[in-house]
Design a protein around this ligand. Structure first.
Ligand SMILES: *[C@@H]1O[C@H](CO)[C@@H](O)[C@H](O)[C@H]1NC(C)=O
Ligand SMILES: *[C@@H]1O[C@H](CO)[C@@H](O)[C@H](O)[C@H]1NC(C)=O
Ligand SMILES: *[C@@H]1O[C@H](CO)[C@@H](O)[C@H](O)[C@H]1NC(C)=O
Ligand SMILES: *[C@@H]1O[C@H](CO)[C@@H](O)[C@H](O)[C@H]1NC(C)=O
Ligand SMILES: *[C@@H]1O[C@H](CO)[C@@H](O)[C@H](O)[C@H]1NC(C)=O
Ligand SMILES: *[C@@H]1O[C@H](CO)[C@@H](O)[C@H](O)[C@H]1NC(C)=O
Ligand SMILES: *[C@@H]1O[C@H](CO)[C@@H](O)[C@H](O)[C@H]1NC(C)=O
Ligand SMILES: [Zn+2]
Length: 470
C-alpha cells in the first residue's frame, strides 16, 4: 500500500498545477492568437498645393528631417481633375473622382438641380458627398474617434456622421490653433486614433506668384517652419515616435503666362453654354439642344486645348461615369489657361491639368513607428493612401480603387502590423500551449494508469479480503 500512495500524491499535485497553468493559458490564448492589426494612431496632414519638388527649391530642414526619419515617395499620381476637393476626397475614400462624386471644386447636379461651390463656400450639401463614405465614418462605425482640423468635407454631415471632433471651416484660424486642437484630441481621456490637418498654403500664394517665381522661396520656407512647429508640438506632447504621421498634399502647381491664354469668346457665343468648373479643366454645360454646336466650334479651336464630349473622355482619366461630369470637358495643355476673354482676372499659377503631368504631383512623406526610416519609394497612386490608412488604423477598407499591396513596402517590416509583434506572441503562445497540452496529456495518462493500477490493486485486495477473512 505505501508505495502506491507515494506514487499517487505527486501525480495529484502535478494534475492540480497543470489545471491551473492550462486555465491561465486558455485565458491568454485569445490575445496571443489574435491576428487583429495593432491599432495604431495616425495623423494625416495636407499642405494644399505643395508640389513634390518644392523641397528641392529652398532649404527645407524640417521636411528633410522627416524624410531621414521616415519614407519619402518621390512621385504620387493624384487623380484627375487635379484640384483640391476631388483629391482630398480621394485620399479619404481611395476612389477616383468619378466614383466618390466630388468631381470638381465647382459642381452642378442635373438630377438634383443643385450646385456646389468652393468659391462661394457652398459645400455643405450632404448629397454631393454621399456617393462615398469617407474613412472617418468607417472609423467611427468601428468604435473609434476622429478629430479633424479643417480638412475638406469634415464639417459636413455625411451618412449621418460628423467627425467626433471637428472645426467648422474658417480660413482665418491659425496653423498653431489647428495643431493645438489636434494634440488635445490625441491626448484627451478618450483619445482619437485618427487626426486630419489641413492648411491652405502654399496653394494660395502659388496661384498668385506662380511656382517658378523666386518669391515662392519664403513661402515654402514658411511651410517648412510650420512642419517644424507641428513636430515640436508632437514631441512636447510625447506623441512624436508614437503616432504615425503622413505629410502630403492634393496637387502641384503649373506656371502660367499672359502669352498662354485660350479665349472661349473668340470661338463660341457665351449665351450658348454655362461654365461650371473653371480652367484648366473646364466643365461646360451647353444650353438645351446646343451640345453639338458648342462641341463642334470648340473641338479644333486651339492647338493647346483638348475638347471631349463626356463619353470620349479617355478611360485612363477615370473621369466619365458620373452625372456631375458635364457634357463637354475642355482641358488646357500644361501652363495654358482657358478664359472667356483677356479681361478675365489673370493668375500666375494653376492646377487641375492632366494627372499624368509631374507638375501636378504632390509631396508624400510618412514618419512613425509603422514606417521604414530614411527610405524612398519611386512612385505610388494617391488612391493607395486610403487602404494604407485603413491598415494602420486596423479598420475595414470599403471597396476602393487603391491597393494596399502596392504600398506595403513603405512599412517597417514586411507586414509589420498584422504579423509583427503579434506573430511573435502567437508563435510563443502556440508553442507554450502545445507544450502544456502535451505535458497535461502525459500527466493525465500517467495519472489514469496509476488510478487504474490502484483500482486493480484495491479490487485485488478487496477480492482477496474475504479469503483472508475466511
Ligand atoms: C433649377 O433651379 C433653379 C433655381 O435654383 C430654377 O430657376 C430652375 O427652374 C430649376 N430647374 C428645373 C429644371 O427644375
Ligand atoms: C474665424 O476665425 C477667426 C480667428 O480665430 C475669428 O476671429 C473669426 O471670428 C472666425 N469666424 C467665424 C465665422 O467663426
Ligand atoms: C501647344 O500646342 C503646340 C501645337 O500643337 C504644341 O507644339 C505645344 O507642345 C503645346 N504646348 C504644350 C504645353 O503642350
Ligand atoms: C470680356 O468679358 C467681360 C466680362 O467677362 C466683358 O465685360 C467684356 O465686354 C468682354 N470683352 C470683350 C472684348 O469681349
Ligand atoms: C540616410 O540615407 C542616406 C543614403 O541613402 C545616408 O547618406 C544618410 O546618412 C542616411 N541618414 C540617416 C540619418 O541614417
Ligand atoms: C496605379 O494604378 C494603376 C491603375 O490601377 C496601376 O495600373 C498602376 O500600376 C498603379 N501604379 C503604382 C505605382 O502602383
Ligand atoms: C473604383 O472602385 C469602385 C468601388 O469599388 C468601383 O465601383 C469602380 O468600378 C472602380 N473603378 C475602376 C476604374 O476600377
Ligand atoms: Zn488651388
Amino acid at each position: 500500500m505505501l508505495p502506491q500512495k507515494r506514487g499517487r500524491i505527486p501525480s495529484r499535485i502535478a494534475m492540480n498545477c497543470c489545471w491551473k497553468v492550462l486555465a491561465i493559458f486558455l485565458l491568454l490564448l485569445p490575445s496571443a492568437l489574435s491576428l487583429q492589426p495593432a491599432q495604431s494612431r495616425v495623423l494625416l496632414v495636407s499642405f494644399d498645393g505643395f508640389r513634390w519638388d518644392y523641397i528641392y527649391k529652398v532649404s527645407t530642414p524640417n521636411f528633410h528631417y522627416a524624410m531621414e526619419n521616415g519614407v519619402h515617395v518621390k512621385q504620387v499620381t493624384n487623380v484627375f481633375i487635379t484640384k483640391t476637393y476631388p483629391n482630398h476626397y480621394t485620399m479619404v475614400t481611395g476612389l477616383y473622382a468619378e466614383s466618390h462624386g466630388i468631381v470638381a471644386n465647382e459642381m452642378y447636379d442635373p438630377i438634383l438641380n443643385e450646385t456646389f461651390s468652393l468659391n462661394k463656400m457652398d459645400t455643405h450639401n450632404s448629397r454631393f458627398w454621399e456617393e462615398a463614405s469617407p474613412i472617418w465614418v468607417t472609423n467611427q462605425r468601428e468604435g473609434h474617434k476622429t478629430g479633424a482640423a479643417m480638412w475638406p468635407g469634415t464639417d459636413v454631415k455625411i451618412h449621418g456622421f460628423f467627425p467626433t471632433h471637428y472645426m467648422p471651416y474658417n480660413e482665418s484660424v491659425s496653423f498653431e490653433d489647428r495643431v493645438a486642437r489636434l494634440i488635445d484630441w490625441f491626448t484627451s481621456e478618450e483619445p482619437i486614433n485618427f487626426g486630419l490637418l489641413y492648411w491652405e498654403q502654399p496653394d494660395e500664394m502659388g496661384h498668385i506668384l506662380g511656382p517658378e517665381n523666386p518669391l515662392m522661396g519664403p513661402i515654402i520656407s514658411d511651410i517648412d517652419q510650420k512642419l517644424g512647429y507641428l513636430m515640436s508640438e508632437l514631441k512636447k506632447a510625447k506623441l512624436w515616435g508614437v503616432i504615425n504621421v503622413i505629410i502630403t498634399s492634393d496637387h502641384g502647381m503649373s506656371q502660367l503666362s499672359s502669352e498662354r491664354l485660350i479665349e472661349l469668346d473668340q470661338y463660341v457665343n457665351r449665351e450658348l453654354y454655362k461654365v461650371i468648373e473653371h480652367s484648366p479643366a473646364v466643365a461646360i454645360l451647353p444650353n438645351e439642344g446646343k451640345l453639338d454646336e458648342v462641341y463642334e466650334t470648340l473641338a479644333n479651336a486651339h492647338p493647346n486645348m483638348t475638347v471631349y464630349k463626356k463619353e470620349q473622355i479617355p478611360d485612363r482619366l477615370h473621369y466619365k461615369h458620373n452625372r456631375k461630369i458635364q457634357p463637354i470637358l475642355a482641358v488646357a495643355d500644361k501652363g495654358w489657361e482657358i478664359v472667356y476673354n483677356k479681361s478675365d482676372g489673370f493668375q500666375f499659377g494653376n492646377h487641375g491639368y492632366d494627372n499624368i503631368l509631374p507638375e501636378m504631383h504632390p509631396i508624400f512623406l510618412a514618419v512613425g513607428p509603422a514606417f521604414r526610416k530614411n527610405a524612398t519609394k519611386e512612385v505610388m497612386n494617391a488612391t493607395d493612401i486610403y487602404p494604407l490608412l485603413c491598415h494602420l488604423l486596423g479598420i475595414n477598407a470599403l471597396p476602393n480603387n487603391g491597393s494596399f499591396n502596392a504600398v506595403k513596402d513603405i512599412l517597417a517590416e514586411e507586414v509589420p502590423v498584422v504579423f509583427g509583434a503579434d506573430t511573435y506572441a502567437t508563435i510563443v503562445g502556440v508553442f507554450l500551449g502545445s507544450f502544456l497540452v502535451i505535458v497535461f496529456i502525459a500527466v493525465f495518462v500517467k495519472h489514469f494508469i496509476f488510478t487504474q493500477l490502484n483500482t486493480m490493486q484495491v479490487q485485488h485486495t478487496e477480492a482477496a479480503q474475504p479469503l483472508l477473512q475466511d
